[in-house]
Design a protein around this ligand. Structure first.
Ligand code: GDP
Length: 361
């Protein structure tokens, strides 16, 4: 599955946030015998539609989609010059599918900032610099060979041009992601074999004081700072308290702070989006469940997420949109009203599809 690596300078609240994430671990709750790496937190993506489906189908349990967060410990500054820990830090980031930087914005004299002052802008630059330098090193390493090959092979000329374009962006001190060069783009595809770090999608968690949670001016400033990446605002300490409370108490505390969901829930949802993922839904008496697919997945590919045999033997998918199902109240009623569609193997799954697959075994 796809993972989001959590990075950040020391003392910004990474461990506090990560501990809250792992306590929220849905794997541990639903699969008590699954082995989970200590540095991985598997977090449920909140989806109120599942509760509604569980009502309609009288399901025994609800299984949300999940996002894997990986705690990437290690030194930050100087990583790109790296031996030992620096290399491990970069290798861990290379294995992640998205990069989530935790940034300190809370004020607390008792917690030392490594650079002596709280400055989200400087902290972002510190991390970016290491990643940019690492990418530049990768590029310098391949350039001589690539230049030679490009003289003889047409297809390599396109790769060379992409690599040179990437180098220009990086030399300006920008990440490739911020310049719009990501995995899915034409240039990104040509760069694929280099496994560059800064083509990965970024997202930012601002660990803020309670006042800032509702300070729209402050939040807009930070959003502008990190665009096109998403910004999430939470207080890691409060998050770690929230998970100890039952749902009603947690909601009351959240509402007293002007929030409608825990920051961890927002983080899971935005993280899931950032990874380019989407869900479809299934429901029955056993469970109401969200299944994870890539955006643009076809019906057979979606079936394959449940079981490879479902994909191999795929015949049709019976689909009712969630909204139609709720309006009709049941599958038979949706069928009677012509709201159930039979889709074939070219169908591209849509968000909110409630599905039952027909397949040969
Ligand atoms: P890490 O080094 O980035 O993993 O940071 P930690 O999670 O260990 O946090 C460093 C210190 O900051 C600890 O003493 C935390 O209790 C404190 N801390 C973390 N989050 C917050 C916060 O939101 N507000 C305040 N005031 N302190 C925090």
């Amino acid at each position: 599955s796809l993972t989001i690596g959590i990075v950040g300078l020391p003392n910004v609240g990474k461990s506090t946030l990560f501990n809250a994430l792992t306590k929220n671990d849905v794997l541990a709750a639903n699969y008590p015998f699954a082995t989970i790496e200590p540095n991985v937190g598997v977090v449920g993506v909140p989806d109120p539609r599942l509760t509604k489906l569980a009502e309609i189908f009288d399901s025994q349990r609800v299984l949300p989609a999940t996002v894997d967060f990986v705690d990437i410990a290690g030194i930050v500054r100087g990583a790109s010059e790296g031996e030992g820990l620096g290399n491990k830090f970069l290798a861990n980031i290379r294995e992640s599918d998205a990069i989530c930087q935790v940034i300190r914005a809370f004020k607390d004299e008792n917690v030392v900032h490594v650079d002596g002052k709280v400055s989200p802008k400087d902290d972002i630059e510190t991390i970016n610099t290491e990643l940019i330098l690492a990418d530049l090193q990768t590029i310098e390493k391949v350039l001589p060979r690539l230049t030679k090959e490009a003289r003889l092979q047409k297809d390599k000329a396109a790769v060379l041009a992409a690599v040179e374009a990437a180098r220009t962006v990086l030399e300006e001190g920008r990440t490739l992601f911020s310049a719009g060069i990501t995995k899915g783009t034409d240039t990104g595809v040509l760069l694929h074999d280099l496994h560059l770090l800064t083509t990965k999608p970024f997202l930012y968690v601002f660990n803020v004081d309670e006042e800032e949670l509702v300070d729209e001016d402050f939040k807009n400033e930070q959003r502008a700072l990190v665009a096109p990446a998403e910004a999430i605002f939470l207080n890691a300490k409060i998050e770690s308290e929230l998970i100890e409370l039952d749902d009603d108490e947690a909601l009351e505390l959240l509402q007293s702070m002007g929030q409608d969901e825990p920051g961890l829930a927002t983080l899971a949802r935005v993280g899931f989006e950032t990874l380019g993922l989407q869900t479809y839904l299934t429901a029955g008496p056993k469970e109401a469940r969200a299944w994870t697919i890539k955006k643009g997945a076809t019906a057979p590919e979606a079936a394959g997420v449940i079981h490879t045999d479902f994909q191999k033997g795929f015949i049709k998918a019976e689909i009712v949109s969630f909204d139609d199902l709720v309006a009709c109240g049941s599958i038979p009623e949706a069928r009677a009203k012509g709201k159930a569609r039979m889709e074939g193997k070219d169908y591209v799954m849509q968000d909110g599809d409630v599905v039952e697959f027909r397949f040969n075994v």
